[in-house]
Design a protein around this ligand. Structure first.
Ligand SMILES: O=C(O)CCC(=O)C(=O)O
Ligand SMILES: [Fe+2]
Length: 331
């Protein structure tokens, strides 16, 4: 159950607005000076309870101090779930490339239309490709970390997979070591919107990550800068994220990272990425109107909120369409 579920599911137990100070004249009482949203301040305790229940306190600490964390497989999902995601991604890889893929063999971009470079291709827009991807959007650990980092305002922005394998062109590529970046929306001068705090990213890894296996690189502490790196900046401070298959790597929008290590071993590196934006931002992929009602009907409230099913903005001349909202999804 999400934090917002806890508050919205039982409106009758929501605390009312905090009492106003007795002497309003002394402290001033101009409109907008006080936080009056009912329930807004109880979010802290509700978040904390959920974080503790899932054993995520060390992860929150790492997110704050280093800008990223690795959640071990046993906290994320059972091994069978990891296997189902892996199988589904291999099915999509075959569909998108026209080539049968297997974890133990090197890949082939074939007809893949997006992000194809030596030893690498990406697969976009996965949410509706298989019910196991829908299930991922209901994952409590993912939901808790997104709610924490985006203050309960997260919306699924993209749902992609990355397929990487050993290739001489990749090993020789300068581009890989130059690939450190932040995923956050930014201003033209390279400063990140709200210091990068309006988005967050996650990688559910389906194969073991090590430097030799071409893992992702992170620059610990870089999230504090709130800007993009200058060319070459961060390269000497980056570290490989080494973790077993089934782990979840979760990072702040501001954190510098990149696919900086070439894959030196045979077989695939397979990764499923879900990024989340503050709900007021335009998302990278567009799920708000794309998720069919029958999908919403079989999914929970966390899923509905993450795909923006409650968001009526962006309507046409017909006006807001509250029919899109089934109360069952929200309470
Ligand atoms: O996994 C990688 O190698 C880098 C991917 C990346 O930059 C991202 O997922 O935002
Ligand atoms: Fe990235």
């Amino acid at each position: 159950m999400t934090q917002s579920e806890t508050t919205a599911a039982k409106p009758e137990v929501r605390p009312s607005a905090p009492p106003e100070p007795a002497n309003l004249k002394a402290v001033g009482n101009r409109p907008g000076m006080y936080l009056t949203t009912p329930g807004a301040l109880d979010a802290g305790d509700a978040h904390l309870a959920r974080i503790r229940e899932l054993g995520l306190e060390p992860c929150i600490l790492e997110i704050e101090v280093r800008g990223y964390t690795v959640i071990p497989p046993q906290l994320v999902a059972p091994p069978e779930f990891t296997a189902r995601v892996r199988d589904a991604l291999l099915r999509v890889a075959e569909k998108r490339t026209g080539v049968k893929h297997s974890i133990d063999r090197n890949g082939c971009a074939g007809n893949a239309s997006y992000l194809s470079s030596p030893g690498f291709f990406g697969m976009l827009y996965l949410l509706l490709e298989d019910p196991v991807f829908e299930e991922w959007i209901e994952n409590p650990v993912l939901g808790t970390l997104v709610d924490y980092t985006l203050k309960g305002q997260g919306r699924l922005s993209s749902f992609d997979a990355l397929v990487k394998w050993k290739d001489a062109g990749q090993i020789d590529s300068d581009l890989l070591t130059d690939a450190l970046h932040s995923d956050s929306p930014r201003w033209p001068d390279g400063k990140l919107l709200d210091g990068g705090n309006l988005m967050t990213n996650s990688a559910y890894i389906l194969t073991d990550y090590s430097k030799e296996n071409g893992s992702i690189a992170m620059v610990p502490g870089s999230h504090r800068l709130g800007r993009l790196p200058y060319p070459g900046e961060g390269l000497k401070d980056m570290v490989p994220v080494e973790a077993p298959a089934g782990s979840l790597i979760f990072w702040k929008g501001a954190t510098w990272h990149g696919g900086a290590y070439p894959k030196l071993t045979d077989g695939l590196r397979l990764t499923m990425n879900t990024t989340f934006f503050n709900r007021s931002l335009k998302t990278v992929e567009s799920y708000q109107r794309a998720v069919p009602k029958e999908v919403l009907d079989r999914r929970n409230r966390q899923f509905a909120l993450f795909v923006g099913a409650d968001d009526m903005s962006g309507f046409g001349p017909e006006g807001p369409q509250p029919a899109y909202l089934e109360p069952a999804h929200f309470f």
